[in-house]
Design a protein around this ligand. Structure first.
Ligand code: ADA
Length: 563
């Protein structure tokens, strides 16, 4: 089994590996209209993987069809757990649709009956064409490449007869070891037993309201979760023939008097924006790549990762839980304009994916902040109303974590009342290059940051913590320049030096997420002229995680900075 929660009494099959494949072309009909019986699957493709990252279809847009067979006994109840796909997908079991997926980067689960016994056919139709009507959550103007593929792992679970668990949430309202466990049991009320940290489950008195249940418990030996001591606990629940194991940590996050409090103590967040991005595999990462990135972030002295700009892999968050990283998780969005914000389908999918993210990641102690709609919506009422709706949707499920949004219009924002933490993205001394005669406008950094922080000194905002959620400069790996000018590793190193110094001296900034961890592939057409190599080159490491000059500069500051 791949990521928590685990279901030890179900039989779980990983469907990762090599699938049959057929490319149906750029002119293929809409996914809903494709007939699968005539497709000739005469190629192979890896799952997880992106067909347009693989050499044969690199850079191509169209529909890719993935196929494999699965043998199960007749009438088995099944549950498919898909880590994520993109940009749009349709999943068929023996030619019948079992799921339509319009939420790139989101986990999706679906339950269905296997039908007759024997060998069955599972097909994923994946569309990576940009179409604002079909795929309103991903547009070609997003500053990261929109790949087509099955981004994350696929599992098939056999559901037991009788009741089975849908999901379980473990809340730790304080640090005493008191836990509130709630969830949904498909099939309704049934005797429930629970055991913590591997002890055998004992009957518990749960309150049922239809399928929903809740009970409280007290852990015998609670140990707190923190970045320095990332202690984890598990709860095993049993009902009927089903068992679920959830992992959680005991820690609190709160905002008070302009501070972020972790376990009641002020904490400063120092880290990076990180994309799930690899030059060969796109967003289809694996354990080795995730662990490497986390080792590098640890070496840099970071305690914080902003998972830009979409829901994170559950496996990656499991690793963050284990290693003690603090994570800002956000749903998918990037600079969506008023037209996009007004689209009813966009609005509906924004709410759907954000709720899905919160429900899916709710038990990860590493996740300390929820976000959505990067750089979008806060300067006009149409977007601000959506931001408020999303904040309310998050709080209706989870009141234990603050809510934020990375603004690029912080000075004009009309939505700051909706957030617990104020976050802003700013690129002083970088995007000024078009209109300044100064080749190294580094003095813009403190001036611009001072200006923003002064504007946040209002009655409404004074007590809210502030995160500088993006700031950075591009550097082409290996481009060294004696005048230390734009695109050179020297300019980026000097730039991040100035940013870190400012952060060190500012008591108003509670967090810093540098833009960005590693270079990543981006625009292929529009805007590409501002992105040499068609990469966003603001990584402190290049796309193969080779450090640039700025690496040691940031490391020096982060290691010496109290968190
Ligand atoms: C924005 C955006 C990032 C990236 C960055 C940049 O702030 O949120 O995704 O595009 O700008 O490099 O300009």
């Amino acid at each position: 089994m791949y990521a928590y929660p685990f279901y030890p009494s179900r039989s779980v099959h990983s469907l990762d590996g090599i699938w049959e494949f057929a490319f149906l072309g750029a002119d293929a009909p809409k996914l809903e209209e494709i007939r699968t019986d005539g497709i000739r699957f005469n190629e192979l493709m890896a799952v997880p993987g992106c067909f347009d990252a693989a050499p044969k279809y690199a850079g191509v847009r169209g529909v890719g069809a993935y196929r494999r067979t699965v043998a199960v006994p007749a009438n088995t109840k099944l549950r498919l757990r898909l880590g994520a796909l993109g940009l749009r997908g349709r999943i068929l079991w023996d030619g019948v649709e079992i799921a339509l997926n319009e939420l790139p980067y989101s986990q999706q689960c679906c339950e269905f009956n296997a039908g007759s016994g024997g060998t069955h056919e599972l097909i994923f139709l994946i569309d990576n064409r940009f179409d604002p009507a079909d795929t309103p959550l991903f547009h070609p103007f997003y500053d990261f490449y929109g790949y087509g593929g099955i981004y994350r792992s696929v599992e098939l679970e056999t559901l037991p007869d009788g009741v089975h668990f849908h999901r379980v949430q473990v809340e730790t309202p304080d640090l005493s070891g008191r836990v509130i466990v709630s969830g949904r049991l498909a099939g309704g009320a049934a005797p429930l037993s629970a055991g913590f940290d591997g002890t055998a489950p004992e009957p518990v008195e749960a309150q049922f309201d239809g399928e929903k249940f809740t009970f409280e418990a007290q852990l015998d030996s609670p140990t707190l979760w923190s970045p320095d001591s990332p202690n984890l606990h598990t709860v095993t629940l049993r009902a009927g023939n089903d068992t679920i194991v959830e992992r959680f940590g005991i820690r609190t996050v709160a905002c008070s008097r302009g501070q972020i409090l972790l376990n009641g103590k002020p904490i400063r967040l120092k880290g990076y924006n990180r994309h799930d991005a690899h030059p060969q595999f796109g967003p289809a990462m694996n354990d080795e790549l995730w662990l490497e990135d986390l080792q590098i972030l640890r070496d840099l002295g970071c305690n914080f990762i902003r998972g830009c700009h979409y829901p994170q892999s559950q496996r990656f968050l499991d690793l963050c839980d284990q290693l003690g990283f603090l994570v800002w998780e956000e749903s998918l969005g990037w600079g969506d304009n008023v037209d996009v914000q007004s689209d009813p389908k966009f609005r509906r999918l924004q709410v759907e994916q954000t709720i899905n993210m919160v429900e899916t990641s709710i038990n990860h102690p590493s996740v300390i902040l929820w976000g959505f709609m990067n750089e979008s919506g806060d300067d006009k009422e149409v977007g601000a109303s959506l931001l408020r709706e999303l904040a309310a949707a998050v709080r209706s499920i989870d009141r234990s974590r603050p809510v934020t949004n990375a603004s690029m219009h912080i000075r004009e924002s009309i939505a700051l009342d909706a957030f617990d933490v104020i976050s802003f993205n700013l690129y002083p001394g970088w995007y000024e290059h078009g209109n300044t005669s100064d080749p190294r406008p580094l003095d813009r950094i403190p001036a611009a940051l001072d200006d923003v922080l002064a504007r946040l000194d209002t009655e409404l905002l004074r007590d809210k913590p502030v995160i500088l959620s993006e700031i950075g400069a591009g550097a082409i790996y290996g481009w060294r320049d004696r005048i230390r000018g734009i695109w050179s590793e020297e300019y980026q190193a000097d730039y991040l030096d100035a940013v870190c110094r400012y952060f060190q001296s500012s008591s108003r900034l509670n967090g810093l997420a540098l833009w960005q961890f590693s270079d990543g592939r981006t625009y292929a057409a529009s805007n590409v002229l501002g992105r040499p190599r068609a990469f966003n080159n603001k990584g402190t490491l290049d796309e193969y995680r080779r450090p640039k000059l700025a690496y040691d500069v940031v490391k020096h500051h982060f290691k010496n900075l109290e968190s």
